[in-house]
Design a protein around this ligand. Structure first.
Ligand code: BES
Ligand code: ZN
Length: 642
């Protein structure tokens, strides 16, 4: 009996040996083949100051997520399985991932079959901005790594809302926001925009809630079972992985467009966003086929920290764009435009962010022109340039540069209007110089030739040189281009948008201030939101309490529901000590968490000692409802000076 077992064991060992040698030779051969095949298409990676990962040695290709969404603990718990690929010739067997506040339970590896075996890992010290590197020692030939983990209730990339913080008040809500470097707070991965991955996910939620993701698989019916599956089959940068879970309803907007929101907001959302299908068609006409299949939007609760986020197939949006008159839908044009500039062609690192946002702001205005006409585009471009000029008066020189240096800084605090508006003006300058026909062809070619790639500013400049400057000599010097991209301030040749409607607004402001025109005779009846915004931003900053009261009596500005107008009015109210707006200010700051509004209002308050006192009191009430990103920005403004 014993000898039988022994000889069986020997035979088995020999078999195993033969198989191992055989497979090893096979793998070696295949690797060799791959080496020669891939030598033409070898990936290069730019230095990314915001990731610990080393994709040049081992890079992740695919992410498989399996999550339980645990509302009672405010955590995601489950596994991330990463399919990896080794670079040529490297024998490096350590994989470094980005993480932040993750609880890592166990790491396993597999060499391609289904079997996973535990493998060693170390979680390094946490850096305040970057989080902690997770170093995994991989066995030779490992092809997949599975990390068993849970997020922290304070994950910077997730917000967990209590039922009372939702519109419906009955069920909880959770959503993610990964850009710029928050994906690592809910997925251990190589969190650099140049490491594009495909992904799949299985998500378990309470049975009465719906999960949606930036992927295929979002359901349109009200059928819910608490078990959802998703697939993103195109390679995307990690900052575009997104999830939301809540009491959501879907409404179709067109043949490939639609909107999700809480049931009580769906009607209003669908009305406001009813031009979305038209916008997709207009963008395709300008820049080529939409690459992602469907284009849906998700209107979130008001604590969403941004205006919008271009998560592929499913733009996340703030409810503050629901003005009732479609006047703030340029945000949809913007997030849709990212389906080309950003999601197809992506910034390789965060210092190339202007490639995402400058192009997108330029495209946004082209879409607005195509759908709503040139006067509307010129109004919005004028507002954009004005806000840039104002911001430039207080920015550090290093932040006025498109190719911005963010080393050692948190991108959340480093981003400004410069990549958006200076970037868009640069592209408009190119359009005006080379003519629309040539420039449109150039932009289209740029998208086509870099689709699904992440590129640096240098790659763009090379492409620009070869495909626009060299082909149309003597129109622009390379020095002009370099000034736009690598130097501070706005170049003298920057385009100045012009709006006739705005000129009329300005003339009336002058007459009113000179006493030639009574407030009731200012012809505001036909004003759009943009004209109101121009009116308010063009008033002298110290217009005074008396005139503020006069305006308020005539136009009810304190009670305006339009979020952009309300924001501008409240900012002026703080500056001019117009106390009648105090209750509205407090209401605004305790119900809306969009950072673009909240941050400047707290900054303005903090400029005087009494204002700061009020700010601290309001913030005590508001902070529990704010998203971690908004709270982090306000903390910096209101923290006691040490
Ligand atoms: N991708 C950005 C939002 C973003 C940028 C999030 C950087 C995190 C880091 C989005 O496309 C955007 O620019 N949103 C703007 C709206 C737009 C109309 C200017 C916003 O949220 O205000
Ligand atoms: Zn954007």
């Amino acid at each position: 009996m014993k000898t039988k077992i022994k000889s069986a064991a020997i035979i088995f060992s020999i078999m195993l040996f033969v198989i191992t040698v055989f497979t090893d030779t096979n793998i070696a051969q295949r690797n060799k083949q791959n080496e020669t095949q891939k030598s033409q298409t070898i990936e290069t990676f730019a230095e990314d100051f915001h990731s610990y990962s080393k994709p040049q040695t081992i890079r992740v290709r695919h992410v498989e997520l399996d999550w339980n969404v645990l509302f009672d603990k405010k955590i995601l718990q489950g596994t991330a399985t990463l399919t990896i690929e080794r670079a040529l010739k490297t024998k490096d067997a350590t994989l470094v991932l980005d993480t932040r506040d993750l609880k890592i339970e166990k790491v396993e590896a597999s060499s391609g079959d289904a079997k996973y075996a535990a493998t060693e890992f170390q979680l390094g010290a946490a850096d305040k901005i970057l989080g902690a590197p997770l170093t995994i020692n991989l066995p030779a030939n490992a092809a997949r790594v599975r990390i068993h983990y849970a997020t922290s209730p304070n994950a910077s990339g997730l917000q967990w809302l209590e039922p009372l913080q939702t519109a419906g008040k009955k069920t909880p809500f959770m959503f993610s926001q990964a850009q710029a470097i928050h994906a690592r707070s809910f997925i251990p991965l190589q969190d650099s925009p140049q490491v594009r991955v495909t992904y799949a996910a299985r998500v378990r939620t309470p049975k009465n809630l719906l999960a949606v993701m930036s992927a295929e698989g979002n359901v349109q019916t009200s059928a819910r079972n608490g078990d959802y599956s998703f697939k993103m089959s195109r390679p995307i940068p990690p900052y575009l992985i997104a999830i939301a879970v809540g009491d959501l309803e879907f409404r179709s907007l067109g043949k490939r467009t639609g909107v999700y929101s809480e049931p009580s907001m769906i009607e209003k959302s669908a009305k406001e966003l009813s031009d979305t299908e038209k916008m997709v068609a207009a963008t395709e006409k300008l820049y080529g086929a939409y690459a992602w299949g469907r284009y849906d939007l998700l209107v979130l609760p008001p604590s969403f920290p941004f205006g919008g986020m271009e998560n592929p197939l499913l733009t996340f949006a703030t409810p503050t764009i629901l003005a009732g008159d479609k006047s703030l839908v340029s945000l949809v044009a913007h997030e849709l435009a990212h389906s080309w500039s950003g999601n197809l062609v992506t910034n390789a690192t965060w210092r190339d962010f202007w490639l995402n946002e400058g192009f997108t702001t330029y495209l946004e205005r082209r879409i607005i022109e195509a759908v709503y006409g040139k006067p509307r585009r010129e109004m919005e471009a004028t507002l954009g340039r004005r806000s840039l000029e104002e911001e430039l008066t207080s920015l550090d020189e290093r932040d006025e540069i498109l190719h911005v240096d963010l080393k050692g800084r948190d991108p959340d605090e480093g981003f400004t209007g410069v990549p958006y508006e200076k970037g868009a003006l640069f592209l408009r300058y190119l359009e005006e110089t080379f003519g629309r026909e040539k420039f449109d062809k150039f932009v289209r070619g740029y998208f086509d030739s870099h689709a699904f790639q992440s590129i640096t500013t240098e790659t763009f400049v090379d492409y620009l040189q070869k495909n626009l400057l060299d082909k149309n000599p003597n129109l622009i010097n390379r020095a002009d281009v370099d000034e736009w991209i690598y130097q501070a301030a706005l170049p003298k040749n920057a385009p100045v948008p012009h709006s006739d409607a705005f000129a009329k607004v300005e003339a009336q402001i002058q007459s009113w201030l000179n006493g030639k025109l009574a407030v009731k005779d200012i012809r505001t009846q036909t004003w759009t939101t943009q004209e109101w915004l121009h009116f308010l931003t063009k008033l002298p900053p110290n217009v005074g309490t008396k005139r503020m009261a006069e305006l308020d009596r005539a136009f009810n500005l304190t009670t305006r529901g339009n979020s952009e107008i309300a924001f501008q009015w409240l900012l002026m109210s703080i500056r001019n000590d117009y106390t009648a707006a105090n209750p509205r200010l407090e209401e605004f700051l305790t119900t809306i968490g969009r950072r673009k509004f909240v941050k400047p209002l707290f900054e303005e308050l903090a400029k005087t000692p009494e204002g700061k006192k009020r700010a601290v009191a309001i913030y005590a009430k508001a902070r529990p409802g704010y998203h971690p990103i908004t709270a982090a920005s306000v903390d910096i403004i209101l923290k006691p000076k040490t």
